[in-house]
Design a protein around this ligand. Sequence first.
Ligand code: RB5
Length: 159
Amino acid sequence: MVIALGADHAGWELKEALKAWLIETGHQILDFGTHSTESVDYPDYALQVAESVASGKAERGVLVCGTGIGMAMSANKVPGVRAALCSDPFTARMSREHNDANVLTLGGRLMDGELGLEILQMWLVTAFAGGRHERRIGKIVQIERRYLQGKEEDFHGSA
Ligand code: RB5
């Protein structure tokens, strides 16, 4: 799978641990940084990973900050992204089965590498269940469309 990764300074260590495992297991990684514990702003990394998933360059994205909250808030501003903040393997499974999450966000200050890896593994192997959940995802898309109508020129910088 092609997986986009991003983290701020508080998530860097966990991102690196997850990256090592992803590479070992044969995934292709697009690492958008950050690359150290020097203080940075999480929306800058969330945007790059979210755009990479929304455009189809990456199949999935993983974002880590201190709590995972700021990354989820930022990534979910990008149309087409369904970012889920997961705290354990159960929420990871549900975010895939019910919500078809395409971005996973984690709190690097809330968990060790072992739990982070368990969450990531569950999230990667779980398929979307479809059925009634498909209809609900369709309603999320309708909300996005309502707020995107007439906004195209803003994205392309005209007027
Ligand atoms: C950085 O101190 C922290 O605010 C950030 O990593 C994250 O937890 C925000 O949601």
